[in-house]
Design a protein around this ligand. Structure first.
Ligand SMILES: [Zn+2]
Ligand SMILES: [Zn+2]
Length: 249
């Protein structure tokens, strides 16, 4: 009889020990949580699908601007004849086509030890999902001639119908303000309009990558950021400040 009671006690003790060790296992396997999307990305249009994947923010866009353009087909509701201020405007032969962009940019951008140059084609994404291009035309030639094909919002499509901005996207700065967040480059650092604390930023105030570190409305503790300026190189200078992610199209 005594032996039976002893066995029952051993069994009960064993069960409790197993339960305790299982509990411990559960705790140790639930520590890796998915990082949440920083609030700053809420400034993107809802046409851009945004998620966090590991150490990257993934932004998917069809590249269609949220404003009108003479580069839509004349039957399209977004068609608008040129009504900008450039007397030498000359429409290029391309028209805006739906794209399939996937931008992967670092969630926590960091300065790179060697600064890679920006590519021709998309080097970043603006808050309306339109890609940002650098200061060069095909063959790394200056934009001199291309500028005359920029529409009234400062964009134009290239030969596969990819609409893009090389300079200040006027629809964004007209609607959000010239100090607004414009978007992000592939290295995860933000791009702002030409105005800061009420005055226009000049190239002389920026480093060779076309940015500086200061507080912004979205990053009150300060962050490296690029500025769009009126003069070349407009958005980026001598390459990425940080390590770029990737873009597929
Ligand atoms: Zn272009
Ligand atoms: Zn600044």
């Amino acid at each position: 009889m005594k032996q039976a009671i002893f066995r029952a006690w051993v069994l009960l003790l064993g069960t409790v020990l197993v339960m305790l060790s299982c509990k411990k296992d559960n705790v140790s396997t639930t520590t890796s949580a998915t990082a949440s999307l920083p609030d700053v990305f809420k400034q993107f249009n809802t046409s851009v699908t945004i998620s966090v994947e590991g150490n990257y923010v993934v932004l998917k866009s069809n590249g269609i601007p949220d404003h009108k353009s003479p580069y839509f087909a004349s039957g399209n509701a977004q068609y608008e004849a040129y009504n900008g201020s450039n007397p030498n405007f000359s429409k290029n032969p391309n028209s805006i086509q739906t794209q399939n962009f996937v931008f992967k940019i670092p969630l926590n951008p960091a300065v790179a030890s060697s600064h890679s140059s920006t590519p021709l084609g998309p080097m970043g994404i603006s808050i309306n999902g339109v890609p940002l291009y650098n200061q060069y035309a095909a063959g790394n030639t200056p934009l001199t001639n291309e500028i005359n094909s920029f529409d009234q919002y400062n964009g134009h499509p290239q030969n596969s119908g990819q609409y893009h901005y090389h300079v200040e996207p006027l629809y964004i700065t007209n609607t959000k303000g010239r100090n607004a967040l414009i978007g992000f480059l592939l290295d995860g650092y933000p791009v702002y309009g030409p105005l800061e604390n009420g005055s226009l930023i000049t190239n002389a105030q920026l480093d060779i990558y076309h940015g500086h570190t200061a507080a912004t409305a979205d990053y009150p503790n300060g962050i490296y950021h690029y500025h769009i300026t009126a003069d070349a190189p407009y958005i980026n200078g001598n390459g990425f400040y940080g390590t770029p992610g990737s873009v597929t199209q």
